[in-house]
Design a binder for this molecule. Structure first.
Ligand code: 26V
Length: 796
């Protein structure tokens, strides 16, 4: 048997070099003289992949031998980013690889950066799924991720005259080095047709074809599989049509089938209710369940043991059709009585809720639903009836006239329902799931999100990682709570100056990169104030830019005062149809143009909106940040995970009491966190005050002046009314309470300025954030799911 750990540590620079050259020659078919960066990157990737495969097989074998319970994570999104550096870091081959590439006359970072960023997700929900897969492997839990192999991931964003333009993303135009096609793992997925006699005759079908990517854990001790489904036609080609001369018709079935896995939906919280989206959901859920049952029957046989050996987690309601589909498989296809099938399904399923925004709670018209999935609609009706029969006095329903409610369905069909931060879980209990929680008081649990320290510290911030390892050894990588052992070093001047130096160097690297890529010169001595996340009104990028405008005006009014130089860095994508969010992007770009050109303020305030935010850009920005903007309207951000990455990397948070901010503040200490804004309860009360926005503007001349500048065309002289609707919104309805929170936000920002001027004090606060963030490892989160939801255990 091969021990993956021995493999990686005995793999020398010479071996690495030989392996790269081997793959360059025999896999890529190139010689060193004619190889492109792409060829070298692929050759390196295959060399690394070879090292993963042995441990991967060993993990599979151990899972079978142990007969262990398996975890299946069903998610429409896996925002995995680049995998080469991750693999090199986890196998501890990064130094060898860099040496080997250098010896071959190459720039290692150029080769590693050649990999496209796999953007098979929108934002937090998808990135969380990726961190969870990595943690499941690092902990040695037998697990599979199941999702869709989108041909096109999240759109590429560019700016034209400050406006967002969406371009197609094409990661699969190159060969994906990490995947293995599995021609033997294919399932026929039906749609439409008729439901009859407790059965289903679909009118159409497509094939779900499996592609596996190994996900290697820390030190290569374990690797799990991410299995992504691609849609293919049942018959590749309609020969009859072709022979009749109808060439377009001949190709139609293929094009129709492939449409299902063609593109990721780019809306993250706005409901779209499109048929194709429902097809995608059923497609990947049905294929995954078929695969899970096939594996289960091979290993264990008796379907009544399913909950003992299988835990299936639904990442939001997108795979909620798993409930009725599992009942259909157990009851219709395997003859298990309906009620028993329902209980078995429920004991197997868990459901994670990721948002309370009403527009993001999935609801389908039963017309569409019944046309696509007639038997499932019947089963859902029966589940609804059974639930109402058990709780006759309750008014909860899964069906409403004309609609199927996926949140309620998921709740009823899961034995555990979890929120993603303490506050969010409490709000679930008191708002959207209030009644269901009263009926099932033990069902809702909290599992506060986490992030993998391998990618988000060790790999992305090598300077800080080395400093930590120098002081406490390297066990922290697999046990992040050990960071607390640095607590005593925070008083030590040597440690603090090394900590500050790591941050300074990271900032210098980022500044050099921004200058090279975007032509904007930044002084690393300035405070790097960063807000990076999807564009949403609830995330309040407009609050941030209003504060920037007010600051610009204040500096212009007193240029010689003692200002703290800062650069505000933004990045993030807006859903293509979310016009208000796109207008906020344009406003930020317009403000940046005016402010950055102002000779009076130039060395005190800069504004930069970096295009095409993705995982790779986050890895670059977070280690170089001083200030983390987590400024959502309280009660709206379910958790946030960027907030954790920043705190871990020593950026101080300016934030509201929302999502996991609450828990971050508790842990890093309130003196190391810049709190502002209304609480979730105060938000609800404030909305009831008539003219709340106008009242807030009336008492804050800074806010009034900033809004006036937006309104009068200061930032868009060629079209002065361009942002009238934004000002109108913030002066009137202002649902997200930007105006009402502005004054306190300004106050907190000036405290940030003062704190930053005390460089040593700032470094101490930053270091305390790092040292006290160990709890936010996704390893801790996964242990929580294992104990509270899955009843699963590691095999190593
Ligand atoms: C909804 C929809 C609606 C239909 C179109 C496609 C689509 C895609 C995604 C979603 C749900 C997005 C929910 C989400 O990303 N929530 C985020 O989850 C993070 C991980 O738990 C959490 O940290 C963020 O606070 C939360 O916004």
């Amino acid at each position: 048997k091969v021990d993956a750990m021995t493999v990686s540590t005995t793999f020398t620079t010479q071996d690495m070099r030989a392996a790269i050259l081997h793959h360059l020659t025999y896999t890529m078919g190139k010689d060193a003289d004619h190889a492109t960066t792409y060829d070298w990157r692929m050759a390196l990737s295959f060399a690394v992949r070879d090292r993963i495969v042995d441990g991967w097989f060993a993990s599979t074998r151990k899972s079978y031998e142990a007969g262990a319970k398996r975890v299946y994570y069903l998610s429409m999104e896996f925002l995995i980013g680049r995998l080469l550096q991750d693999g090199l870091v986890n196998l501890r081959l990064l130094d060898d690889a860099c040496e080997a590439l250098t010896a071959l006359g190459l720039d290692p970072w150029q080769v590693i950066s050649n990999e496209p960023d796999a953007a098979l997700g929108n934002g937090g929900l998808g990135r969380l799924a990726a961190c969870f897969l990595e943690s499941l492997s690092s902990l040695g839990v037998p697990a599979h991720g199941y999702g869709i192999r989108y041909e096109h991931g999240l759109f590429r964003q560019s700016f034209v005259d400050g406006r967002q333009v969406e371009l197609p993303e094409t990661w699969l135009q190159q060969h994906h080095a990490w995947e293995f096609e599995r021609p033997e793992a294919r399932y026929r997925i039906g749609f439409g047709g008729d439901a009859r006699d407790a059965g289903w005759d679909p009118a159409e079908a497509v094939i779900a074809a499996a592609y596996d990517t190994p996900i290697v854990g820390w030190q290569g001790r374990w690797a799990n599989t991410l299995r992504l489904w691609a849609a293919k036609p049942v018959e590749a080609f309609d020969l009859d049509s072709f022979n009749r001369g109808d060439f377009v018709g001949a190709a139609t079935p293929e094009a129709m089938a492939r449409t299902i896995s063609r593109v990721l939906y780019p809306d993250d919280t706005t409901e779209i209710g499109k048929e194709l989206r429902l097809k995608q959901e059923y497609f990947f859920t049905a294929a995954s369940l078929a695969d899970i049952l096939r594996r289960f029957e091979m290993e264990h046989g008796d379907l009544r043991k399913l909950p003992e050996k299988v835990a299936i987690q639904l990442n939001d309601t997108h795979p909620a059709i798993a409930g009725p589909e599992l009942v259909r498989l157990l009851h219709d296809d395997n003859g298990i009585p309906f009620d028993e099938a329902m209980d078995l399904a429920r004991s197997t399923l868990g459901y994670t809720n990721h948002t309370l925004l009403p527009e993001a709670l999935e609801r389908w018209s039963d017309h569409l639903f019944g046309r696509l999935l007639p038997r499932h609609l019947e089963i859902i009706d029966r589940i609804d009836q059974a639930h109402r029969a058990t709780y006759p006095s309750s008014s909860v329903t899964i069906r409403e006239p004309g609609v199927v409610k996926m949140g309620e369905l998921s709740f009823v069909m899961a034995h555990r329902v979890n929120g993603v931060s303490a506050l969010h879980t409490e709000l679930m209990k008191s708002t959207v799931f209030k009644e269901l929680n009263a009926l099932h008081p033990d069902r809702i649990v909290n599992e506060t999100n986490g992030v993998t320290p391998r990618r988000w510290l060790l790999s992305s911030n090598p300077r800080l990682a080395s400093l930590i390892t120098e002081r406490i050894g390297e066990d922290w990588v697999g046990d992040l709570e050990q960071l607390s052992r640095l607590e005593e070093h925070v008083g030590d001047a040597g440690f603090l100056s090394a900590y500050a130096e790591a941050k300074r160097a990271n900032k210098a690297d980022l500044a050099a990169w921004i200058e090279a890529e975007h032509g904007i010169a930044l002084d690393p001595a300035m405070m790097f104030d960063v807000q990076i996340k999807r564009l949403h009104e609830y995330k309040r990028q407009h609050l941030n830019i209003l504060e920037a405008i007010a600051l610009w005006q204040a500096i212009r009014a007193a240029p010689d005062a003692d200002w703290t130089p800062r650069v505000k860095i933004f990045a993030g994508k807006a859903a293509p149809g979310y016009h208000f969010a796109k207008d906020i992007i344009r406003l930020i770009n317009d403000v940046a143009e005016v402010v950055n050109a102002d000779p009076v303020t130039r060395d005190k305030l800069k504004i930069v909106f970096l295009p095409n935010y993705n995982v790779t850009l986050a890895e670059r920005l977070i280690p170089a940040s001083d200030l983390s903007e987590q400024i959502s309207t309280a009660g709206k951000e379910a958790s946030g995970t960027g907030n954790m990455k920043f705190a871990l990397n020593g950026a101080l948070t300016i934030g509201t009491l929302d999502g996991a901010n609450v828990e971050i503040r508790e842990r890093v200490g309130e003196e190391n966190f810049f709190l502002f804004g209304m609480t979730a309860d105060e938000v609800v009360a404030r909305r009831k005050i008539k003219d709340h926005a106008a009242k807030a503007i009336a008492v804050d001349p800074r806010l009034a002046a900033a809004l006036a500048a937006v309104r009068d065309g200061t930032f868009c002289a060629e079209e002065p009314d361009r942002y009238a609707h934004i000002v109108q919104n913030l002066s009137g309805p202002d649902y997200f309470l930007v105006s009402s929170d502005f004054t306190d936000y300004w106050r907190a920002q000036r405290e940030v300025d003062a704190a930053y001027r005390d460089a040593d004090g700032w470094t101490r606060m930053a270091a305390r954030n790092t040292v006290r963030s160990g709890w936010f490892s996704s390893d801790r989160t996964i242990r929580g799911y294992m104990a509270d939801v899955w009843g699963a255990e590691p095999v190593i």
